[in-house]
Design a protein around this ligand. Structure first.
Ligand code: NAD
Ligand code: DAU
Length: 378
């Protein structure tokens, strides 16, 4: 079947993996990457697919309602996979307005453009889909407790029936109430509500997913894993917030992209699916793994760079623990993460060390010239 899909935020970290997957896997689809190219957008992330005939890049702000509406009409768009957002919690603490503008108003602009265009067609909603990518942070923070008094991490059994290590006995499930704490997660929560409202009010075929922390190639080095790999390489201090005790649940980015593909095609309309791999880690433990891995690969004595660890003032409102229960997705659609964390982190560290040029272009700001060099006169 032919389809024309807009993927927003396709020049960012997760978006670039989703665009690559769709362009390569579905040559019969037309994939339009709609991205404003903020500091987080880097078209060099998509060098390997930019000349494919089923790919088009459009530099546009999702808040540009008229522009999005016209693009949908001109291209006969029947699906939207919406990843564009301001995504960094620390930035949201300094500048909440930008987060409300992009994450809330931008999502509303896309929803309204899709509604007006799709409602104007004879077949209306049939064959259409608005897929909104959200975060586990909308659920707030979980405690690090264990009713049996055992020190975490301990082995627990998820509702899927499988055993895994956890730092607490509660997990984020789809039916939890929203309790966002940061301006970032508050804006994402608000956008999730708008998406549901467009289904409930107008009948738009929507789906929402909430995913845990992603890691892998092409992540902007303001986030923990790429920032720390680069700092270890250059023997720069590693700023650990608070005591480094906070727990995050990590998923390899290509496993997230595979889940998005599956849910876009097979997820039920109006449903929410949590995406995560039951993979909880304390920040400080991950940081030690990163130091050992970088040191080993670079031929330094393993652990030689532990003294780079520098405890700094904690992030304001720092959520203690995130832990996703993805049983619904696993049971209903048969999705499973493909990579063990040890394998994923080894791949990730090697990718950043092998792609120093990509990292240098990002840290120097040169990546922002890529659009002018490659696209402006096309
Ligand atoms: P990112 O910051 O790496 O990329 C965001 C992309 O959106 C960039 O290419 C940027 O240019 C684009 N963008 C920003 N504002 C825009 C606007 N107004 N108009 C058009 N494009 C705009 O983000 P990411 O980490 O890849 O996250 C992608 C999505 O997934 C976000 O919605 C985020 O909330 C969600 N998410 C991320 C994670 C994670 O661990 N990174 C986990 C769960 C959910
Ligand atoms: O849970 C999903 C979310 O994961 C996504 O929705 C967000 O877009 C994404 O940025 C990520 O949010 P986090 O705040 O968890 O990611 P970050 O990489 O910023 O931080 C991970 C943990 O590491 C967090 O507990 C804060 C800590 N940290 C982070 C940085 C950048 C440090 O200790 N030092 C640092 O310098």
């Amino acid at each position: 079947m032919k389809r024309t899909i807009i993927i927003t935020g396709g020049a960012g970290f997760i978006g670039s993996h989703v665009v690559r997957l769709f362009v390569n896997k579905y040559p019969e689809y037309k994939i339009i990457n709609l991205d404003k190219l903020t500091y987080a957008g880097n078209l060099a992330n998509l060098k390997d697919i930019e000349d494919k005939p089923n790919y088009r890049f459009v530099k546009m702000d999702i808040c540009d309602f008229e522009g999005v509406y016209k693009l949908m009409q001109d291209e006969h768009v029947d699906g939207i996979i919406h990843l564009a957002a301001e995504s960094h919690v620390d930035r949201s603490i300094k500048d909440p307005f930008t987060f409300a503008q992009t994450n809330v108003m931008g999502t509303l602009s896309l929803l309204q453009a899709a509604k007006l265009y799709w409602e104007s067609l004879p077949e209306k909603w049939e064959g259409k889909r608005f897929y909104h990518i959200s975060t586990d942070e909308v659920y707030g923070a979980l405690e690090m407790t264990n009713p049996e008094g055992i020190e975490p991490p301990f082995t627990t059994k998820a509702s899927s029936g499988k055993h895994h290590m956890a730092y607490g006995s509660k997990f984020f499930t789809e039916d939890l109430k929203y309790q966002p704490h940061s301006p970032y997660s508050a804006a994402k929560a608000s956008s999730d509500h708008f998406v549901r409202a467009f289904h409930d009010t107008y009948g738009m075929p929507t789906v929402v997913t909430n995913c845990s922390n992603n890691y892998g190639p092409y992540q902007f080095p303001e986030k923990l894993i790429p920032l720390f790999i680069n700092n270890i390489r250059h023997r720069k201090p590693l700023p650990v917030y608070g005591k480094g005790e906070n727990v995050r649940d990590w998923l390899y980015v290509e496993d997230h992209a595979r889940a998005i593909d599956l849910i876009f095609h097979e997820g039920k309309v109006a449903e929410t699916y949590n995406i995560g791999g039951f993979n909880e880690w304390k920040n400080i433990d991950i940081i030690k793994v990163l130091i050992n891995t970088v040191d080993r690969i670079l031929g330094r004595p393993e652990g030689a760079d532990m003294d780079l660890i520098t405890y700094v003032t904690d992030r304001a409102g720092h959520d203690m623990r995130y832990a996703i229960d993805s049983t619904k997705l696993q049971k209903e659609l048969g999705w499973e993460p493909s990579l063990q964390f040890e394998e994923g982190i080894e791949k990730t560290v090697r990718w950043y060390l092998d792609n120093q040029e990509w990292m240098d272009n990002v840290t120097s700001g040169d990546y922002q010239k890529y659009y002018d060099d490659m696209y402006k006169n096309r």
